[in-house]
Design a protein around this ligand. Structure first.
Ligand code: HEM
Ligand code: HEM
Length: 193
């Protein structure tokens, strides 16, 4: 019996004993989840860094305008992809996390789902703060939903606040990934390979 690998499975982590030695394999995300994570990671990191660059760093009006037009179009195309990603992953694995009694897993679950909710707020407030037709790379146009300038300002402030929140959550997320990796939990492998 001692020679048989004993699998104590939970959804994300697979721990087992082989020849009496404890081993932990990397987590089991589906290909779809990995693909959607990679796409969101690239697009959100771009929107964040270039958005802050255009808002607070560059003083060149042409650069601000170019980044703004490109980012609004990109974020509009990304919105349905992100909603699809939420349908695939949001809140999944809750029962396993509760059963595991593992504080770290619980914290990761909360942060991951807060990232989803905050990103959704960023996207919705982004749409509602725009006071002109949205030009999606000349392919199609989406008319502004709201016409009241006070509401535009309110959604613009909400967008700014939600972006700060998302930046903080992503900072915590990446710090946790690095920490896990350095302490022998190969989470990067689980999400990227
Ligand atoms: C910047 C570089 C990033 C790295 C290196 C990274 C890495 C990872 C890794 C390794 C995991 C698996 C963690 C585990 O198994 O416990 C993960 C999960 C996750 N990441 Fe990231 N990530 C990054 C950016 C992002 C961004 C921008 C988002 C925003 C949407 C995001 C949202 C999530 C979510 C929600 C999960 C939970 C699994 C899921 O629902 O797909 N990550 N990430
Ligand atoms: C996850 C998606 C998004 C991220 C990470 C993001 C990030 C940012 C950041 C960092 C800024 C600059 C700081 C600020 O003024 O608040 C910004 C500004 C802005 N965002 Fe977003 N945004 C996203 C989605 C959207 C969407 C969907 C729209 C509209 C369709 C949008 C429209 C705008 C506009 C109009 C500005 C004002 C400055 C400008 O014209 O470039 N954003 N965004």
């Amino acid at each position: 019996m001692a020679f048989l690998p004993v699998f104590a499975l939970n959804k994300k982590w697979m721990s087992f004993r082989v020849f009496g030695i404890d081993a932990v394999s990397y987590s089991t995300y589906s290909r779809l989840q990995k693909g959607l994570h990679a796409i969101s990671m690239i697009i959100i990191v771009w929107l964040m860094t270039s958005g802050y660059f255009a808002a607070y760093i560059t003083r060149i009006p042409e650069v601000k305008e170019a980044v703004s037009a490109f980012n609004v179009a990109l974020a509009t195309l990304f919105a349905p992809v992100f909603v699809f990603r939420m349908c695939v992953s949001f809140g999944k694995g809750y029962a396993d996390v509760l059963r595991s009694n593992d504080v770290m897993r619980y914290a990761a679950f909360v942060v991951h789902n807060l990232i989803y909710i905050t990103t959704l707020i960023v996207i919705v407030s982004g749409f509602l703060m725009v006071n002109r037709d949205i030009d999606v790379f000349g392919l199609f146009y989406i008319p502004a939903v709201i016409t009241d300038p006070r509401l535009h300002r309110w959604f613009s402030d909400s967008h700014t606040l939600a972006c700060y929140g998302l930046a903080l959550l992503l900072f915590m997320h990446v710090a946790a990934v690095i920490k896990h990796h350095l302490t022998g939990r190969p989470v990067l492998k689980g999400m990227f390979f």
